[in-house]
Design a binder for this molecule. Structure first.
Ligand SMILES: [Mn+2]
Length: 318
């Protein structure tokens, strides 16, 4: 069985690198930190290497202060890489440069996963990669302490939209209950993750909402934000997670898009749907991917051009 293959590969290795995708979120940070701590308990030399910064929001998670940048791989030897929550090699950023000829375990739940590992533990029906990490840690007989439990719980809560989305199953809730038994305080996690926004994030939402418009009999909605709007609110790269949900959570809307101008002529699109449209298929048309109800891609052109391109693909599906 695939879990046993992963366990065997871990048992045969001593210096293990855990890595994950750029533009991190609660699930990839939570799942990676959980597995990293479990492997440390197993006596492995395990390090989480990420080609990005841990978002401020998730710095409370145990182990977040020990995350290393890819230059760590230049200076240190390792015998196994484990990629968490990453659908394709490109999203590993500069870590990709270090995988040639290495044993690589790919643990993920994205439907668009390209199975790039030497071992692929990909469960498309898992609500979060943190769920898979939890099952793996349990199968290795490692005690799930409060620290590990907090990381897993945060991954599950964020990737299920606080247990709202259709990926939320009976198993998700059973695992969540086990994590509470292990010491997690749901109120504490929700407070830290959802009631702790920097003021700038809400100001950014206010600015972005000015652009909200509707298409195809109000079944699609779109929010955009330009580079200059972003820069006018903060010099730092602001967290834009959650903005697309403002466009989605409207009665008539089935598909919502959020377009962010990353740099001139590079637009990052986030897509959400409620119950019918496969937004992973839409993202794939632009070289992106993700899940059926949540996906993303990058489109070349101005915001206006990107909007026109993506709306024309949405029109065919809606
Ligand atoms: Mn995930």
């Amino acid at each position: 069985m695939i879990y046993q293959q992963v366990v065997n590969a871990i048992n045969e290795s001593s210096n293990i690198i855990i890595t994950s995708h750029v533009n991190p979120d609660g699930d990839n940070i939570g799942a990676s930190l959980a597995l990293c701590q479990a492997l440390l308990k197993l006596g492995k030399d395990a390090v989480f290497v990420l080609d990005d910064s841990v978002p401020e929001l998730y710095k409370f998670l145990p182990g977040a202060e020990k995350v290393q940048k890819p230059d760590f791989l230049q200076k240190n030897s390792f015998d196994l890489l484990i990629s968490m929550d990453c659908g394709d090699l490109e999203r590993l950023g500069r870590v990709k440069d270090y995988i040639q000829g290495r044993k690589l375990i790919n643990i993920d739940h994205h439907i668009s996963n390209t199975k790039f590992g030497s071992i692929n533990l990909v469960e498309e029906n898992a609500a979060a990669t943190a769920e898979i990490a939890y099952k793996l840690i349990k199968s290795m007989g490692i005690f799930i302490d409060k620290d590990i439990a907090q990381c897993v719980y945060t991954g599950i809560v964020t990737d299920t939209g606080q247990f709202q989305y259709s990926n939320t199953t009976e198993e998700t809730h059973v695992i969540a209950a086990e994590l509470i038994i292990a010491g997690v305080s749901p109120a504490d996690i929700f407070n830290k993750v959802y009631q702790n926004n920097p003021k700038e994030k809400i100001l950014l939402m206010k600015e972005a909402l000015k652009s909200l418009d509707f298409h195809f009999n109000d079944k699609a909605s779109c929010i955009t934000i330009s580079r200059s709007q972003l820069d006018s609110i903060s010099g730092d790269e602001l967290d834009t997670e959650g903005i697309v949900n403002l466009a989605r959570d409207i009665a008539s809307v089935e598909v919502a898009v959020f377009l962010k101008e990353k740099e001139p002529n590079i637009v990052k699109a986030s897509l959400r749907s409620k119950s019918r449209v496969d937004v992973c298929a839409i993202a794939k048309e632009f070289g992106g991917g993700g899940h059926i109800r949540a996906s993303g891609c990058t489109i070349e052109g101005t915001i206006e051009q990107a909007k026109e391109k993506i709306l024309s693909v949405i029109q065919k599906q809606i």
